[in-house]
Design a protein. Sequence first.
Length: 109
Amino acid sequence: MQKVSIFYKQKVVYVPVAQSAAETTILRAAVDGVKHKVLSCILMLSVTGTLKFTDGTDDLTGAMNISATGGFVLPASIIPYFESGRNRPLNLITTDGAARGVIVLLTEA
C-alpha cells in the first residue's frame, strides 16, 4: 500500500486487488468517524462475472457485468465516484471471476 499527498495534505491510498477466487474482499476496514471515498480504480476479472462495491450494509454500486478478461477504468478524480457510510468498511464483492487491479481512495471525515 502506497500513500501520496494531495490537496490540503490529505493522503490517498493505493489498495492492490488480487483475489484468488470470486469472494468478498475488505478493501479498507471500518474506521470510527470516517468514510472511504473511491477516487479511481482499474479492475479486471479472470473470467466472466460481476463485481460491486458495498459498505457492509448498503450497495455502493450495482452489480457490474464484466466479460472474461475484461475490466474497466475509473479515471482519477478529485470528486469521489462513491463513498462508504461513516464508520463502515469498503468491500469489493465478485461472482464467478477473481478481480485484479488497484483502487485509489481517500479516507476522511
